[in-house]
Design a protein around this ligand. Structure first.
Ligand SMILES: [Zn+2]
Length: 489
């Protein structure tokens, strides 16, 4: 603006000004302050990158990306780089550039490595320049912020500080970061490590999406749409927030904040706590137990769960285990298995043999222990609290990750859906007649495939005559048809 005024003054003075008018035109503005941006040519330090782009593409090919498609974010950037990296900045806050210049001949002088220098206020660590002058001027500029961050992984691995650690740990196993700084943090880290060692900086790169506000907008202080986590952490706890974050979107996708869904995670953890409290009432160590088909059914489901979680964690996509665990614990284990096994676990009227009762205890604990270990990386606090109360004085985070055990697999796993459908139908039937869920039923005809579960089903729904298959036409007249099944009180 100052320049414009002066130019007009000069033109007027010289009589060259033809006319003055206001025009509309596009102009770049600062994204934050919205002030117009003016480009001014200045001399700056650059780090060479253009000659290395071809090699960088090869280096990037050796890194495993999670999710795999996030690699293209980086490659697209590498393909669009058309200038070397300007690394000096005229900003007050930043890492000082450690250079002094000879006041006479202008030659730049670098101090010895090993400590941090502030040339703009320190005495120069040199006696004199080759030209004979002993006067130096300290650099006042700072580095681009990524100059430091791009070697953070080397610093953490002990580079130039702890050779033993560095030999063991380099290259870095994993860089976890957001999609917003692929072009900066990730790219420059790979560039710097390549320039120093000619190797990839990381074995794995995990790129997560961004958390957005309720309307799917990025959160900015200037926009006033920031959702502060503290009140939610206070109300629901860190584990609920972590579980919500993990279950919201597949790795690499953005996700919106939702108080309702965060509360849903909190309710799930409360459910898990209550289920654990119920299970903790039964003996942990069991011998001479016998598993019923119902136990084998839930163990088959548990096997599938462990497999799925293993896959998800290997892909570093917590969305998969978070949702699989939630579905297993809430929809299958708590709602159906635990409800069905209660009668046998308590065995009040000695309907079941001792070994079958112990089978229930054993299965409940195997399921809970396994679920806690699977969930521990996502909800470290709640799982630890339950683990240390029920199973061990040693932390759950020192346990090895659960293996899917082949002996859990059985033919009963294929009937889970029919089993759950039957339960739901019976519960709905009782509800439709304003009956309590623990009230007796006279006769129920269940699907033939569920016959192996008869003892547990009978006890669970308090059924006097539990039959399997289609009733005869004569029988049907005495029964209600509810959903797909025939039954009566
Ligand atoms: Zn000099």
């Amino acid at each position: 603006n100052e320049a414009r005024k002066r130019i007009i003054e000069d033109l007027e003075k010289l009589g060259f000004l033809v006319k003055k008018e206001k025009i509309m035109h596009t102009t770049p503005v600062c994204w934050r302050s919205k002030n117009p941006v003016e480009f001014i040519f200045m001399e700056e330090y650059y780090l060479k990158q253009l000659p290395f782009l071809e090699d960088l593409r090869k280096i990037i090919d050796q890194i495993e990306f999670h999710p795999p498609e996030s690699k293209h974010l980086l490659l697209n950037w590498v393909n669009s780089v058309n200038v070397d990296w300007p690394v000096s900045r005229r900003r007050f806050y930043g890492t000082e550039i450690p250079i002094w210049y000879c006041a006479k001949c202008g030659k730049p002088h670098l101090p010895k490595p090993g400590r941090y220098y502030q040339p703009w206020k320190e005495k120069p660590p040199f006696k004199e320049c080759e030209c004979g002058s002993s006067e130096f001027i300290g650099e006042t500029r700072t580095f681009d912020t990524w100059m430091d961050s791009s070697i953070s992984q080397l610093y953490v691995l002990g580079y130039k500080r702890d050779d033993t650690l560095f030999q063991k740990a380099f290259p870095c196993t994993l860089r976890p970061q957001g999609a917003d700084i692929v072009r900066t943090w990730l790219y420059y880290s790979i560039l710097r490590t390549y320039q120093l060692f000619s190797t990839p900086a990381f074995k794995h790169v995990r790129i997560s999406g961004m958390g957005l506000d309720e309307h799917g907008e990025a959160m900015h202080k200037s926009k006033g749409n920031i959702i502060w986590p503290e009140p939610y952490l206070e109300k629901y706890g860190a584990d609920a927030l972590r579980l919500w974050g993990a279950s919201e979107a597949k790795l690499g996708s953005n996700y919106r904040f939702s108080r309702e869904r965060l509360e849903g995670s909190f309710r799930f953890l409360t459910k898990l706590w209550n289920v654990a409290r119920f299970i903790s009432g039964f003996p942990v160590e069991n011998s001479g137990f016998k598993l019923t088909p119902l136990d084998k059914m839930i163990l088959s489901e548990l096997y599938q769960l462990v497999k799925e979680c293993e896959l998800g964690f290997e892909e570093m996509d917590f969305f998969i285990p978070a949702n699989a665990i939630r579905n297993f614990v809430w929809n299958i284990f708590a709602d159906h298995y635990v409800e069905a096994v209660k009668a046998r676990a308590y065995n009040m009227d000695k309907t079941f043999k001792d070994e079958e009762q112990a089978g229930a205890w054993e299965t409940l604990h195997v399921c809970l222990k396994t679920v806690l270990k699977l969930l521990a990386p996502i909800c470290p606090f709640l799982t630890e609290a339950i683990w240390c109360r029920v199973y061990s004085t040693q932390s759950i985070h020192l346990e090895s990750f659960p293996e899917p055990r082949e002996e859990w697999v059985s033919e009963y796993g294929q009937f889970t859906k029919q089993f759950m459908d039957l339960n739901s139908t019976i519960w709905k039937y009782k509800k439709s007649r304003n009956m309590a869920l623990n009230e007796k039923l006279k006769t129920v005809y269940a699907p033939k495939v569920l016959e192996p579960f008869h003892a547990d089903l009978k006890a669970m729904h308090k059924i006097e005559n539990l039959m399997f298959g289609e009733p005869s036409e004569e029988e049907k007249k005495k029964l209600d048809k509810f959903g797909e099944i025939y039954l009566t009180v």
